[in-house]
Design a protein around this ligand. Sequence first.
Ligand SMILES: [Zn+2]
Length: 253
Amino acid sequence: MIGRMAARKRPVQRRSVPAAASPHRQAQTGLWRSIFIVTTLAIGLLAVYGLSNPGKALPSPQPATTATPGVTPRSGHIGIIAGHWGNDSGTVCDDGLTEVSVNLDIAQRVESGLKQLGYQVDLLQEFDSRLTGYRAEALLSIHADSCQYVNDEATGFKVASAANRSTSDRDRQLVDCLTRRYAQRTGLPFHAGSITYDMTDYHGFYEISADTPAAIIETGFLYLDRAFLTRDADKAAQGIVDGLECFLEQQTP
Ligand SMILES: [Zn+2]
């Protein structure tokens, strides 16, 4: 069909050129003729391509692939909660920096890091409606600690799982992988002393499906670790990606 239309175009154009055209008109005509020849050739080539590739007239766009070349694509489905996102600001620093902005920044970097490895990721809000009965290979909620001065030891991160769930063995493996890999990547100390009831009794643990392993991480204290969390967010995110990969690929932490 495209080919027949193109074939009819040329004679029509020829007839429309007057015999005694002015030099200006001739130049214009020459330009139009060139445009028609190029267009006709292009359409003709497309038609030939279409005939020799029935059912495939144009190259179909390649599906977007997120896996990094040279990396064996991973499979698995992970939920990442950006702490407080969609609900409240979390802890707020004196100059207005909010925990939720730091959490979301890290969570988005984690999402992109995991997708680059080939994992499927759901980036979730704090009280995301998808959390009810949520099923995945792992769920992690990302938070950061207080932006108020506590004492000079209030630095470092911590990871916890639910106090009591049927998946407690898998939860512990997840916590173990995250703890070791995050420490390795970031160099931050593990601040065990401040794991609170709020962490082990985190609402998300009890909304999701009973067979989804889950943990919560406090990536650092916004007061003493602020420079790291804001300027080195990529490293924090990479520590989390390392920990999740360790768990999903059942590596020894
Ligand atoms: Zn928080």
